[in-house]
Design a protein around this ligand. Structure first.
Ligand code: GLU
Length: 421
């Protein structure tokens, strides 16, 4: 790969495009289809006012990008963060297209975001931002058009507000306009834990594939939000040993294993994992390069880059976050023979359960949790198998295999539908 600056390396859109181009070339993708799939099909930018608690009027900027609807309605989360940018949302929207195709569910890819800092806003301010943003993009979302979900900085409550705002405008309750809702208003059992559960399933499959025992397998997780904490809990129940947790404000390390339930309780009470007695304080960046069997980056983009990839000592990297590894770091990890379970497979449990939620809302019939979990398990395990078989058949790494599988599926649908002109 040509030498590129760190700024270019950590641009998520460039990271996505580099993998897409490589996989498309390997697939011998038709040049016209390459042009169709390389860029998003719709990019919306909205600037809107919100009255803050102190009476000031503040302007906010929001995005909603639809990358592809070739396989079904757009699908993907909405992110509230101070550093959201159009390039990031574009990349995340494309990743949603590939992710839905890897797990073979009938959605395209989309993503949204609002530049704001949810940690510094009151519930009232968050509600007003959410409702006004929803209103600004209202004609572009809908159960058959584009179905948002939670992502960084948003949660079940945010989805409830979006559902309510949309429903008020439609003059009827439309639960299937968003997924990741609270259980009592059209949410699905098992959705909240689904991304973490998916991670635990692909880790199980990777261990079987590599012939490594699960009992006592040492895991370090970056991020203790919805994804990281659920992965930690489910995996420690299965016999994995969670030896490190890296959070944005500091990390924890205990070679004998951290009591994940006690840590969750502690974080609930104190708002941070720092000061937890059941482990020693540890630098979060050092945890990424500490000795372990599985490293799970489950926080944000660009944490494994050309700067630290060669120091990583994990045998397996399982990407709970979207885009945690840069394209340059991919090559370094491949040289080190680290088995990478790429984001578009590893964290696809969330959108898979979102699909179940959308189906249940439209059926008006809700499944038992065991049914959700069992269907999730079979889709994720099968997708893992598909990706690994693809990688062996085409002699490429798992990430490129996942992209190839996804691009192939999306391109096939576009060919079948034809180009409307
Ligand atoms: N934001 C999650 C993701 O990146 C979930 C998307 C969804 O459920 O639609 O996969």
């Amino acid at each position: 790969m040509a030498t590129i600056s760190l700024e270019q390396e950590i641009n998520p859109w460039e990271a996505q495009a580099a993998r897409f181009d490589f996989a498309a070339r390997k697939l011998n993708l038709d040049e016209g289809l390459w042009r169709v799939l390389r860029y998003p099909s719709r990019e919306i930018i909205v600037h809107f006012p919100v009255a803050m608690d102190d009476g000031r009027i503040e302007m906010f900027t929001g995005f909603r990008v639809l990358h592809s609807q070739a396989r079904g309605p757009g699908k993907g989360g909405i992110r509230f963060a101070p550093d959201v940018s159009l390039d990031e949302v574009r990349a995340l929207a494309s990743w949603m297209t590939w992710k839905c195709a890897v797990v073979n569910i009938p959605f395209g890819g989309a993503k949204g975001g609002v530049i704001c800092d949810p940690r510094k806003m009151s519930q009232g301010e968050l509600e007003r931002v959410t409702r006004r943003y929803t209103c600004e993009i209202i004609e572009f979302i809908g159960p058959e058009k584009d179905v948002p979900a939670p992502d960084m900085g948003t949660n079940e409550q945010t989805m409830a507000w979006i559902m309510d705002t949309y429903s008020m405008h439609m003059r009827q309750t439309v639960t299937s306009v968003v997924t990741g809702k609270p259980l009592t208003i059209g949410g699905s059992r098992g959705r909240r834990e689904a991304t973490g559960r998916g991670i635990s399933i692909v880790c199980d499959e990777a261990l079987k594939h590599l012939n490594i025992a699960r009992d006592g397998c040492r895991v370090i997780i970056q991020g203790f939000g919805n994804v990281g904490s659920n992965a930690a809990r489910l995996m420690s129940d299965k016999g994995y040993k969670i030896i490190g947790i890296a959070e944005y404000d500091g990390g924890l390390y205990n070679p004998n294993g951290i009591d994940v339930c006690a840590l969750s309780d502690y974080r609930q009470r104190n708002g941070s994992v720092l000061g937890f007695k059941g482990a020693e304080a540890y630098d979060s960046n050092d945890l990424l390069i500490a000795d372990c069997d599985i490293l799970i980056p489950a926080a944000t983009e660009n944490v494994i880059t050309s700067r630290n990839a060669d120091q990583i000592r994990a045998r397996i990297i399982c990407e709970g976050a979207n885009g945690p590894t840069t394209a340059v770091a991919d090559e370094i990890l491949a040289d080190k023979r680290i088995f990478v379970i790429p984001d578009i497979l590893a964290n696809a449990g969330g959108v898979t359960a979102s699909y179940f939620e959308w189906v249940q809302d439209r059926q008006g019939y809700f499944w038992k949790e065991a049914e959700v979990n069992q269907r999730l398990e079979s889709i994720i395990a099968e997708s893992f198998d598909d990706v690994v078989r693809y990688s062996e058949a085409h002699d490429v790494n798992n990430r490129i295999a996942a992209y190839m599988l996804a691009i192939d599926r999306v391109a096939f649908n576009i060919k079948q539908r034809g180009i409307y002109a």
